[in-house]
Ligand binder design. Sequence first.
Ligand code: G3P
Ligand code: MG
Length: 250
Amino acid sequence: MSNRPLPPWPYPRLIAHRGAGKLAPENTLAACRLGASFGYTAFEFDVKLSADGKSFLLHDETLDRTTSGRGRADALSFGELAQLDAGSWHSPGFAGEPLPSLAAILRFLKANDFAANVEIKPTPGREWETGAAVAIDVKHQWQGQGPLPMLSSFSETALEAARRVAPELPRALLVNALPGDWLERLERLGCVALDSNHRELTEEVIATAHAGGYRVLCYTVNDSERAQTLFDWGIDSIITDAVDRISSAR
Ligand code: G3P
Ligand code: MG
């Protein structure tokens, strides 16, 4: 394979997963603040659409696990979602923490010169709509001096939609199991990076990606020794829950 130049990678080597991993309620402003208190300057979070098409943070398809609500997350308007308690499930100290809009999180990150890894996580059936809406929101709401937010998704449909409306935003293809044609998929989607489950990675996969002109990041690495191995192999960034155990100063 002919070597292609690597795209710029203006992102920290460590990215906090869902804001601050498990130390605070995931995908909230409180989580990002806690991650920042450990020195983290880049944050991954999950974004989907409300019934009225507003981008907000939530991991699951339903509200049950991480909020006081019930049922499908896209059944409520953002006005209704904003009334829910997204903190009590975690611990009493976070009671009343709201589900944040994407706009609120981007405001916080921009104000602090932090970097964003925006995972587009559509509810089923809304892949194209979510990819397009989130990309447009990021494009309009970022306008920061810092590095452009990285968009990532397991949904290739969402990535295609994001590319259509905001081709300038960098994209990464998320994979849980590495498909045999992963290089072709990155090429077809115009991605700058592979974002893989770390268990799928080897030194050879990282070297192959780099030779092809793609960066590599991975999730969710919570063991320091594993993180060191991946850095020794040349990984560009890792996403971690262990903001208290894996030093942001690496
Ligand atoms: O973006 C990487 C990682 O967050 C993907 O897995 O399920 O934690 O969103 P998940
Ligand atoms: Mg995620």
